[in-house]
Design a binder for this molecule. Structure first.
Ligand SMILES: N[C@@H](Cc1c[nH]cn1)C(=O)NCC(=O)O
Length: 463
């Protein structure tokens, strides 16, 4: 039984969540600095748009490899690796004048960012009881969103006041500092030392006494089916060869619950990602006709709405565990319907409808965290890094494809640059989201039924 010792799990989680907030600051550090970046590197809008796309490709492409490394080396090592890569990336960003090196900098930032979120998610089940996980996961997302807020206004102000080099070196220094704290504080699981303790070979008293917090001892991993109720504690068994990539992927994807979580993550977050990563500002200014400062102010709404939803959705999905997928589906439908209303509205949408969009659309971020809850209920523990990485690629693949398709459809209409933007062209372009929702929702319905049947067959229930 777990002995109550509340502080250490929260301290470990707090620093890990802070590292995630730093990752989000790094990820979105160019979002409010588009014009400054164009001026600094002397680039056009197309080259500027390549920055978030390349970063997202690197991020999404590394999710599964990072997940595999996570299962092998543990969350602490990956969080530190991510911190170092982002620090390097931002130092390069701060100091180079050549746009090709700046793109390399974004690759480093994307790679570092890719290491953080799934590592933080991997720590949670080691440190918290199952019933706490939905809430702590949502709190993690919420802290990440705070990072988004910082990258919008304070970072733009810092770069405006102190200049490009000092601003980006400042982000690098923050990432480095948080990584340094993580080096001393973050531990993969109760009873294991921090990276510092493991390097020096001396396990401190705090780490030793935290052993009592650990979950029950490991059982067979690779050969047992996944639990529906809680994860199998499964540190690799001596002498057992770990499964290779395809074997792991096949094993995981043969489980309907894992496929269900993939589609849950695919369907809910892409609309808000597309909006915040690239097309939101152009749509609000070049399409709806708002002035840039009003548009920036309205964009802040998205972050606040997402943070609020994070607070509510954790307890809700933990209380209604059997209905958590339907909570996600309800939110996705609300997002899709709001977008359809904007698209079919004759002429410019009224401000209230734009505000509804900016409040409803970000709910997709916290709603997508439900995918990780579903995945945790169905993934054997020794695969959990791989599984989390796989699930996390879903929403980001959908986001990336939609970002590219919106740009393509704008181009096809001859409305691909700010001087040619028009509301009509944006409405057609944003309609590319509809097939993504249709595909995702259909697959959720299919896999939800398969998962229910699978659980009945195996006599499993959700707890
Ligand atoms: N859906 C997001 C997380 C989120 C939580 N609240 C708002 N957004 C997600 O999957 N994040 C992965 C990442 O790396 O940020």
């Amino acid at each position: 039984m777990r002995r109550v010792r509340p502080l250490l799990p929260w301290v470990v989680w707090g620093i890990a969540a802070l590292a995630y907030a730093i990752a989000i600051i790094n990820r979105s550090s160019l979002s409010a600095l588009g014009p400054a970046a164009q001026e600094h590197f002397g680039i056009d809008a197309t080259t500027l748009a390549a920055f978030p796309v390349i970063q997202l490709v690197v991020y999404a492409g590394l999710q599964i490899p990072v997940g595999m490394l996570l299962d092998r080396f543990g969350a602490t090592v990956l969080i530190l690796t991510g911190g170092v890569l982002m620090t390097l990336g931002q130092v390069v960003m701060a100091t180079v004048a050549d746009v090709r090196l700046a793109i390399l900098a974004r690759v480093l930032v994307g790679a570092g960012d890719a290491c953080i979120f799934i590592s933080v998610m991997r720590l949670l089940p080691e440190w918290f009881a199952i019933r706490q996980l939905p809430t702590v996961s949502q709190l993690t997302g919420l802290i990440g969103q705070a990072g988004q807020l910082i990258s919008v206004v304070p970072l733009a102000l810092a770069v405006g006041t102190f200049g490009w080099t000092a601003g980006f070196n400042g982000i690098a220094a923050t990432a480095f500092f948080v990584s340094l704290v993580a080096f001393f504080v973050v531990r993969d699981r109760p009873g294991q030392g921090s990276a510092f303790e493991r390097l020096t070979g001396r396990l401190g008293r705090l780490s030793r006494t935290a052993r009592s917090l650990a979950t029950p001892p490991a059982t067979g991993v690779v050969t047992v089916g996944p639990p529906a109720t809680e994860m199998i504690a499964a540190h690799p068994i001596e002498g057992m060869r770990p499964l290779r990539f395809w074997a792991k992927a096949r094993r995981l994807l043969s489980l309907p619950g894992v496929r269900l979580s993939y589609w849950v993550h695919f369907t809910s977050p892409f609309a808000v990602n597309v909006f915040l990563l690239l097309w939101g500002m152009p749509f609000l200014t070049g399409g709806v006709g708002l002035d840039p400062s009003a548009a920036r102010g309205l964009l802040t709404l998205t972050v606040l709405s997402s943070m609020f939803a994070g607070l509510v959705l954790g307890p809700l999905s933990s209380r209604f565990i059997e209905r958590r997928v339907w909570i996600n589906v309800g939110i996705t439908l609300a997002i899709a319907l709001t977008w359809v209303a904007i698209i079919v509205w004759p002429g410019p949408p009224p401000l209230w409808l734009v505000i509804v969009l900016l409040v409803v659309m970000p709910l997709g971020g916290p709603a997508s965290m439900i995918a990780f809850e579903v995945s945790r209920s169905h993934t054997p523990r020794s695969f959990i890094g791989f599984g989390t990485g796989l699930i996390n690629t879903a929403g980001f693949t959908a986001s990336l494809l939609t970002i590219l398709l919106v740009g393509l459809v704008l181009d096809l209409q001859g409305a691909g640059s700010p001087e040619h933007y028009s509301l009509g062209a944006f409405k057609v372009a944003f309609a590319v989201q509809i097939p993504f929702w249709a595909l995702g929702l259909t697959m959720i319905f299919i896999e939800q039924r398969r998962t229910r049947r699978w659980m009945e067959r195996h006599g499993r229930t959700l707890r």
